[in-house]
Design a protein around this ligand. Structure first.
Ligand SMILES: [Zn+2]
Length: 508
């Protein structure tokens, strides 16, 4: 392991002198935020309110240099704190003073400020760095994707390490300014609103702003050559979409899908309430990956999502995340169902809207097509484990669980829950128990058994998500398995929905 410790004599001396008599109360912040799935992700001892990321990037060589300024508040008396980061750091300053730093583990940057930080105090942390992100492997991979004309940062649960230092956990959201200098003729895509561009001496600066809280894994960056379309939705929201100029045979299908973003986000607003952000759109860079990701306001799509023609279902999925995942974010990764169950269920609703199978038919199909001894049922959507965080069961069984909820509480209460939850918890964080309590409050029904059966039991539920009074119940009796006679017809939308399943295979 490579370790560096850079402490000048002067800063070591000032550190010593600045420590008050009560310094023993000042402790290092934890190296992880306490997530059981990813113990080293995020950090303890502070919260970030803003990232100002200022970069210079050369697409020809993948050389990136940058300065990130972090506004943080100490949540304990801090003698030291960590950031999550993978590139080479040249300098760290805390409140203007040079700070000592070293690296540890895979992605820990340990920062010792010249003066300890008292609980509740504000800190301005400046980190200067550079590197060639595509060559930096952590846990055996890089989330920095090279394209023929540039690069993309997109990945879940980790992608920030390769372009900005952060408290890398969705429980600590912040606003973002991302400003990137690229050679003239290249473009930069990121989250939120493009606030300006300026050119000088052969370089162009693109400045983006996301003014609503954003999880670090939902920050995205792309550099390359894009065709850009801009518009305003019928509901008045600015739309910004971008397509690599070299998408080849996938170009038209990508546009025929992503250009419907405005229509689809307005349609989803009918179910989930007002769209929470100030812009919307998607981008399709020429990456070799297969996944898409709900990067905030600006969804990342791999071209492969459109290799079999237009796919509005994946656009609906990623846009649904803007409410379920981006605006209301996870407090811990084990609650991934709050993101993926609802994003998948939105595809069920879209299928229903398109007359390609009702949500009930899709749920019945999922239930019937996996026999009781299928490993599918061993994954608990409510706590799938880090290795199964993005397994198909989290999505499909997760969506069936939502249909079961709908059948239990009735349509009227169900659609109030679907809209009320992201409205009440807007820009915040949440857990599954909190969602359950909310659904119980709205519906007036106890839902403990339902949640246990559908989310927290590693076995096929004895009965399917039976619609009240549905005759189909007969084919969903205990022990029903896959036989030709019992399997309901495959809903027309099913293949497109399944194509979404490689979405979160972040390539590692
Ligand atoms: Zn998703």
């Amino acid at each position: 392991m490579r370790k560096r410790l850079i402490v000048s004599a002067a800063s070591a001396l000032s550190l010593f002198l600045a420590v008050p008599a009560s310094a023993s109360d000042f402790q290092p912040g934890a190296a992880g935020v306490g997530d059981s799935y990813y113990p080293t992700y995020g950090n303890g001892g502070y919260n970030v309110s803003h990232y100002d990321i200022r970069l210079k990037y050369q697409p020809a060589t993948d050389e990136l240099e940058g300065t990130t300024t972090i506004l943080a508040t100490a949540t304990q008396d801090l003698s030291r704190f960590n950031l999550d980061f993978a590139l080479n750091v040249a300098e760290v300053r805390v409140n203007g003073r040079p700070a000592a730093f070293t690296t540890s583990g895979e992605q820990e940057l340990e920062v010792t400020p010249a003066r300890p930080l008292a609980k509740g105090s504000q800190a301005t942390v400046v980190v200067r760095y550079k590197g060639v992100p595509s060559t930096v492997k952590k846990y055996g991979f890089t989330a920095w994707l090279r394209t023929p004309d540039g690069a993309v940062a997109a990945g879940e649960p980790e992608s920030a390490w390769w372009w900005f230092p952060s408290n890398d956990h969705p429980s600590d959201k912040a606003t973002f300014d991302v400003s990137v200098l690229v050679p003239d003729g290249n473009q930069v895509i990121s989250n939120g609103i493009l606030t300006g561009t300026s050119s000088q001496a052969g370089w162009t600066r693109y400045s983006w702003r996301e003014n609503k809280p954003q999880a670090t894994y939902l920050a995205t960056l792309a550099v390359g050559k894009f065709d850009v379309t801009t518009d305003t939705t019928p509901g008045g929201l600015p739309v910004y979409n971008a397509y690599s100029k070299d998408l080849g045979d996938n170009a038209d299908a990508a546009r025929a899908s992503v250009e419907r973003t405005g229509e689809l986000v307005d349609w989803l607003s009918g179910y989930f309430g007002d769209y929470p952000f100030s812009s919307v759109g998607g981008y399709v860079p020429n990456v070799p990956t297969g996944f898409a990701l709900e990067t905030q306001t600006r969804v990342f799509y791999s071209p492969r999502q459109f290799s079999r023609g237009a796919n509005t279902s994946v656009v609906v999925h990623e846009l649904a995340h803007q409410w379920y995942g981006d605006s209301v974010s996870l407090s811990r990764w084990s609650d991934i169902w709050l993101n993926e169950g609802f994003a998948r269920y939105s595809q069920f609703l879209w299928s229903e809207h398109e007359n390609e199978g009702t949500a009930q038919e899709l749920a019945d199909y999922v239930y019937a097509s996996h026999p009781a001894d299928d490993a599918f049922w061993t994954v608990k959507p409510g706590d799938p484990g880090a290795d199964n965080q993005f397994s198909g069961a989290v999505y499909d069984r997760g969506a069936v669980a939502i249909q079961a909820l709908r059948n239990t509480v009735g349509d009227e209460a169900f659609f109030r829950i679907l809209k009320g939850w992201p409205t009440e918890r807007r820009y915040g964080n949440a857990t599954i128990p909190e969602f359950q309590a909310y659904a119980e409050k709205v519906s007036g029904k106890k839902l403990g058994d339902l949640f246990t059966t559908w989310l927290f039991t590693a076995a096929k539920p004895a009965t399917g998500p039976v619609a009240p009074g549905a005759a189909a119940a007969a084919s969903l009796a205990p022990g029903a398995g896959r036989t030709d006679g019992q399997l309901p017809a495959e809903p027309k939308s099913w293949k497109k929905i399944q194509e979404t399943n490689s979405l979160h295979d972040a390539g590692h």
